[in-house]
Design a protein around this ligand. Structure first.
Ligand SMILES: [Zn+2]
Length: 159
C-alpha cells in the first residue's frame, strides 16, 4: 500500500544577523533569518506536514502549536522525527522526499548538495531518494521581493 502526501510552508525573511537561518537542518550563513516560533526551518516543516498528511495524521499546527512555549526555537528535525514516528506507529515507512523551494534569498543552488545530505540524514533515507529543487517567482509578489520563501514537499509512504 502507498500513500502520497504534500506539504507547503511559508516563512517571512527578517534582517536579523544573530538569529540562525535554518534550511533542511543546516545553518546557512546570512544576515537574514526566517521568522518563526520554532527554528523556522521551512523545508523541514513542509516535509513534516507532507508525512502527516500522507498518514492521515493532521498537520504540524495540531501537533506542534506555535502558542506552546515548549516549541519556541525548537529544532525542526525533532518535528520531522515526531511525524515519522507517528506514521511508523500506523505501519508507514518513508520511500522518498521531493521538495521545491521558491525564493530568491538564500540561493539554494550553491548549497543544494549540503541541504540534500542533511535532509537525507534527518529522514534516514539514501541521498538518491531525497530531492531539493529550486525556482523563483520571476520577481513577482512577496517572494519576488525576497520578503520570504515558500517550500512545497511531496513524499511517498509505503507499508
Ligand atoms: Zn513553518
Amino acid at each position: 500500500m502507498f500513500r502520497v502526501g504534500n506539504g507547503i510552508d511559508f516563512h517571512r525573511l527578517i534582517n536579523e544577523p544573530f538569529r540562525p537561518l535554518m534550511l533542511a537542518g543546516v545553518e546557512v550563513k546570512s544576515d537574514f533569518a526566517f521568522l518563526g516560533h520554532s527554528d523556522a526551518d521551512v523545508i523541514l516543516h513542509a516535509v513534516a506536514d507532507a508525512i502527516l498528511g500522507a498518514a492521515g495524521l493532521g498537520d504540524i499546527g495540531q501537533h506542534f502549536p506555535d502558542t506552546d512555549p515548549i516549541h519556541k526555537n525548537m529544532q525542526s528535525s525533532l518535528i520531522v522525527h515526531k511525524a515519522l514516528s507517528l506514521a511508523a506507529e500506523k505501519g508507514w515507512k518513508l520511500v522518498n522526499v521531493d521538495c521545491t523551494y521558491v525564493g530568491d534569498h538564500p540561493k539554494i543552488n550553491p548549497i543544494r548538495k549540503e541541504l540534500q545530505q542533511s535532509l537525507a540524514n534527518i529522514v534516514s533515507l539514501p541521498l538518491e531518494d531525497v530531492s531539493i529543487k529550486a525556482t523563483t517567482s520571476e520577481g513577482m509578489g512577496a517572494l519576488g521581493r525576497s520578503e520570504g520563501v515558500l517550500v512545497m514537499a511531496t513524499i511517498l509512504l509505503e507499508k
